[in-house]
Design a protein around this ligand. Structure first.
Ligand SMILES: Nc1nc2c(ncn2[C@@H]2O[C@H](COP(=O)(O)OP(=O)(O)OP(=O)(O)O)[C@@H](O)[C@H]2O)c(=O)[nH]1
Ligand SMILES: [Mg+2]
Length: 314
């Protein structure tokens, strides 16, 4: 399956919302009135794209089409272009669908460090394995650091992935300081000439101040071993989360300066729209989407492919 097909499958539920609840509103020949605009806005908001984006789209529709007959295609083209523009943001990322590493900021010399954080159970460890696989396929040598020292099973889980991937892993006993694991992971990457170190962290709620401070410390310690690192600080969001994703993005960003999102579990959501809200309100781009539990189930996020999949006919 190609990227587009996978995305289409992953976004099925969001598409159903848009299509069944909303699409009927703009049957050919219908005159656009305030009632229809309001209904449409509700449908857009129900995908979690955020009130700001939904209002912008509806305002533009009002300006162009209020009191006139409107063709469904006019509406969809407008929505599509608007969403793409929001998701592309300021043009800070050079999306290249042929290069899965294109959204990542890589170190100019020495190892690139990728810190991965997020709330409990969102898909951090699995996403790390998938990302390592991506990197290895591009010829990069990867070191993993099992920074979730909170649960013994977490170290085993990442160790199992490292065996399958055939890459090195740095671990410490349960209860060790996660920052020291992160430090050692960076150290190992430097001394073994690895290209990338990926640091796993324990799941934590964004409302737990101590744990957010701990994450801040991990971030700082990484920078002590490798100046300028981490080069990427990826926040993994569960795509089923909806609006809480915004609060997660905000708090994790404060602690760990998030440079991008991984939107995991997009295969099971009606809420793919949250990425629009996060991009628009916080400027944090989605870089990857998780579309299943297998090692290959990670896709490069592309604004155009995402929006086109969201509105495709089939
Ligand atoms: N369907 C689906 N399941 C996923 C995806 N990513 C992860 N999972 C599943 O979600 C569950 C949790 O994944 P983990 O990677 O362990 O999540 P985590 O964030 O590391 O969890 P903690 O370390 O406990 O905070 C596992 O059963 C994964 O297989 C995805 O993209 N799609
Ligand atoms: Mg984990």
């Amino acid at each position: 399956m190609g990227l587009f097909d996978k995305l289409k499958g992953a976004l099925q539920k969001t598409k159903d919302v848009l299509r069944t609840d909303v699409r009927d509103l703009f049957k050919a020949g219908v005159i656009l009135d305030e009632g229809r605009l309001e209904e449409f806005q509700k449908g857009l908001i129900s995908t979690d794209m955020g009130v700001t984006a939904a209002t912008e789209i509806v305002d533009e529709l009002r300006t162009q089409f209020l009191g006139r007959t409107v063709q469904p295609d006019d509406v969809w083209n407008l929505v599509r272009e608007r969403l793409k523009a929001i998701l592309r943001g300021a043009g800070d990322i050079n999306w290249d669908v042929r290069n899965p590493l294109s959204p990542l900021k890589l170190a100019e010399s020495g190892p690139t460090v990728i810190l991965v954080c997020g709330v409990n159970g969102v898909g951090k460890t699995t996403s790390i394995a998938k990302l390592a696989h991506f990197l290895q396929k591009s010829g990069k040598k990867v070191v993993l650091a099992a920074g979730d020292t909170f649960r013994a099973a977490a170290v085993e889980q990442l160790t199992m992935w490292s065996r399958r991937l055939g890459c090195e892993i740095v671990t410490k006993p349960s209860g060790s300081d996660p920052a020291s694991v992160a430090f050692e992971g960076c150290d190992r990457a430097v001394t073994t000439g690895a290209d990338v170190a990926i640091i796993d962290t324990a799941g934590r709620l964004q409302t737990h101040q101590n744990l957010m401070q701990e994450l801040g410390k991990i971030h700082r310690v990484i920078g002590k071993r490798i100046p300028g690192a981490p080069h990427e600080s990826l926040l993994v969001l569960d795509a089923t989360t909806g609006q809480n994703g915004l609060s997660q993005a905000s708090k994790f960003s404060e602690a760990a300066g998030c440079t991008g999102l991984v939107l995991a579990k997009l295969d099971g959501t009606a809420k793919g729209g949250i990425v629009v809200a996060i991009r628009q309100q916080m400027g944090i781009p989605v870089k990857y989407v998780g579309v299943g539990e297998q090692i290959d189930d990670l896709e490069l996020f592309s604004p155009d492919a995402f929006v086109d999949a969201l509105f495709s006919e089939s």
